[in-house]
Design a protein around this ligand. Structure first.
Ligand code: M6R
Length: 369
């Protein structure tokens, strides 16, 4: 059942082209229009949504952060992302025009389930993005958008994460289509770029050896930092979480712009820093800002490991190691830049002799509060 891989996690990382392709499958019609009939919420009702709250925990919450960037950009609807366990215990402002989107691989995470119940009681519409057919959270939600990643066995989430991001993009594009916030040609163009993602993930997987070699050489590292900006920020957080979960190493992800507000004090001779570099095509010119962050940490002795877009030659001169991913739309980059970080954590943990499928102290689904 591991298809010849040593661990479920490795198999699941290699399943990712399918996880994304299957999540896209059947969700457009011949004319290239998105059809999300399975959502089962009256489109008229969806049109009246004035605010979205994404609820999730762990890796799924990082998918939610990517969703925020995409949905706000494409639909111009304000999106908040909140950890489910924090949401419930404040006084969140919810009304019938609030759409609550929960994201859960298992569909059984107690914190998220309780938050969804609470949101429903307060009158919100609830949509669940979920990977497990018939599980509790989608059953209790008004609507569900399933991710088709297939069963995820390894405790650390990988393919479910990419599938959740894919589903969130579809939801965002669907809302943009309903509210006419994007021209239908623009939606088609984004969908065409999404359709190319599975093959591009495969390209990244085919270059895994370079990442693995670096991971093995860093097996005795005590701490690793991850920087990203915009959609690269949740990717940095996810890279850090994978390393904590699997390799039991102190790891932290930061928004690169926050560096000078404190974290730069951590930089010392030899400190490894991963930098998820925005596309040079990013409309806010964040690329140049992140390149200068790389220079800043490097000047203070950091060992910089850069994940950048193919053709981005600028970054190379400042990086100890550069991993390239194929070009795509800036918004879609997380589907590619996450992959080297997953492989890195898996390989480093394996080099330390740890059980990557069953890391200590963790359970696949957290069904207690
Ligand atoms: O099943 P869920 O997506 O609701 O699970 C949420 C988190 O518990 C989960 O993503 C956790 O952070 C993973 N161990 C991440 O690898």
């Amino acid at each position: 059942e591991k298809d010849g891989y040593d661990t479920f996690m490795e198999k699941e990382i290699h399943d990712q082209p399918h996880a994304v392709a299957d999540t896209l499958l059947g969700r457009t019609d011949a004319a290239g229009q998105l059809i999300l009939d399975e959502l089962r919420i009256d489109p008229e009702e969806l049109k009246s949504i004035t605010k979205i709250i994404v609820l999730a925990c762990g890796t799924s919450a990082y998918a939610g952060m990517v969703a925020k960037y995409a949905i706000e950009h494409w639909c111009r609807i304000p999106v908040e992302v909140e950890l489910s366990h924090e949401f419930r215990y404040r006084d969140p402002i919810i009304d019938p025009n609030t759409l609550v989107v929960s994201i859960s691989q298992s569909g059984e995470t107690m914190d998220t389930l309780m938050a969804v119940r609470y949101a429903k009681e307060q009158g919100a519409r609830t949509v669940s993005i979920c990977n497990t057919n018939g599980s509790t959270i989608p059953r209790e939600s008004d609507a569900v958008l399933y991710t088709h990643a297939g069963p995820e066995i390894a405790v650390a989430s990988t393919k479910a994460f990419l599938a959740q991001i894919t589903a969130a993009y579809l939801l965002g594009l669907y809302l943009a289509q309903l509210n006419k916030k994007l021209y239908s040609q623009a939606i088609k163009d984004i969908l065409a770029q999404l359709a190319e993602i599975p093959a591009k993930i495969q390209t990244v997987l085919d270059q895994a050896d370079q990442v693995k070699e670096l991971a093995r050489s860093m097996k005795d590292t005590g701490s690793v930092l991850f920087l990203g900006r915009n959609v690269g920020y949740p990717v940095a957080l996810e890279g850090a979480l994978k390393l904590k979960e699997l390799a039991y190493i102190h790891a932290e992800g930061f928004a690169a712009g926050e560096l000078k507000h404190g974290p730069i004090a951590l930089i010392d001779e030899g400190q490894p820093v991963f930098v998820v570099v925005p596309s040079p095509m990013d409309r806010h010119s964040l690329h140049a800002k992140v390149v200068s962050n790389i220079q800043e940490v490097r000047a203070r002795g950091a060992k910089t490991i850069v994940v950048a877009e193919q053709g981005d030659e600028d970054v190379k001169q400042y990086a100890e190691t550069t991993f390239y991913v194929p070009e795509t739309l800036p918004m879609l980059m997380p589907l590619l830049t996450t992959v080297p970080l997953q492989i890195f954590a898996l390989e480093l943990a394996s080099a330390k002799g740890y059980d990557v499928d069953q890391p200590r102290n963790l359970a696949k689904s957290v069904t207690v509060e």
